[in-house]
Design a protein around this ligand. Structure first.
Ligand code: ZN
Length: 297
């Protein structure tokens, strides 16, 4: 009995000590608006920050209603990162009403926006070279806020950028090898304009750059006609939107659904896209395999 009791006490004190560790005095409290950005921030901040993500995996950050817990996290944050470009329609109000004194930063600063029908396309992360700019912006902000760790932030960012650049090269090689008539992709909403521009694909979608609008019957019919004419296209559902429209397009064109793309959010733990790098790799693999077999039955 005595032995058992002392073991239990031993375990309790060990776990208490472990819980106390992350609360180091120099740890930054950071809030990121959505999961992809949250992962980038964690890669750069390493062990010097506690990162809270507002819109989590598989969730739609275009339309989101912040909770009381979100407002509390923003109020307590030293640093806040948002995508900007009109992506988070709810973030300005959340930040203003939280009364936070943390620094608010736009991760897309310096990126040339792609315009879609007169509106700024916010999905800049879907080009890896833009991803590099996000990472450099994050490293600059963190180095400014916590200069004692600037060397670590810069080293983390450099190693991460090297991985992003290597994947960018691999992406160009794989997509350049596709024939000219197999470069059209249909997704649920217009989230891949930057990928299209960077890597020479054409993306079509029944819904525009935000997920709120619904297509008219006429718009949908025009898209279906265009796809029937082209024949060799790949169709994808997304992790953050309903598959209904894409399924309807598949039925009416006879084109098969080539899989699922992660457009605006990472996957839940255990899924195929738990980091920005893994997400991009998954999307690249899905695109290449669907486009290679497009038009063959
Ligand atoms: Zn989107």
């Amino acid at each position: 009995m005595t032995v058992l009791k002392s073991i239990r006490t031993g375990v309790a004190s060990v776990s208490l000590a472990m819980m106390a560790l992350p609360a180091a005095a120099d740890e930054l409290k950071i809030v990121a608006s959505f999961s992809i950005l949250g992962d980038m921030v964690e890669q750069v901040a390493g062990s010097y920050a506690d990162v809270t993500t507002i819109v989590g995996p598989d969730a739609d950050a275009h339309v989101y209603t912040p909770s009381v817990a979100d407002a509390r996290a923003v109020a307590q944050a030293d640093v806040i990162f948002v995508n900007g470009m009109g992506f988070e329609t709810w973030s300005d109000t959340l930040i203003a009403e939280s009364g936070t004194e943390g620094s608010v930063n736009i991760a897309t600063a310096g990126i040339t926006p792609v315009m879609v029908e007169g509106e700024v396309d916010p999905h800049a992360w879907n080009s890896l070279l833009n991803g590099v700019t996000y990472v450099q912006n994050i490293a600059a902000v963190l180095s400014d806020v916590a200069p004692a760790h600037a060397d670590d932030f810069q080293a983390n960012a450099e190693a991460y950028v090297a991985e992003l650049m290597a994947l960018d090269t691999q992406t160009r090689e794989k997509l350049n090898a596709l024939p000219a008539d197999r470069r059209t992709v249909v997704t649920a909403h217009d989230a891949f304009g930057y990928l299209a521009d960077a890597y020479g694909l054409t993306f079509l979608a029944p819904v525009g750059i935000d997920t709120e609008a619904e297509p008219s019957a006429q718009e949908l019919a025009a898209l279906i006609d265009a796809l029937k004419e082209q024949g060799a296209s790949a169709l994808f559902v997304e992790n953050i939107t309903s598959p209904a429209l894409v399924e309807q397009i598949s039925e009416e064109t006879g084109l098969k659904i080539g899989g699922r793309l992660f457009s605006d959010a990472l996957s839940e733990r255990g899924g195929p896209a738990t980091s920005y790098l893994a997400m991009f790799q998954h999307n690249l693999g899905a695109l290449v395999s669907a486009l290679e077999s497009a038009g063959q039955s």
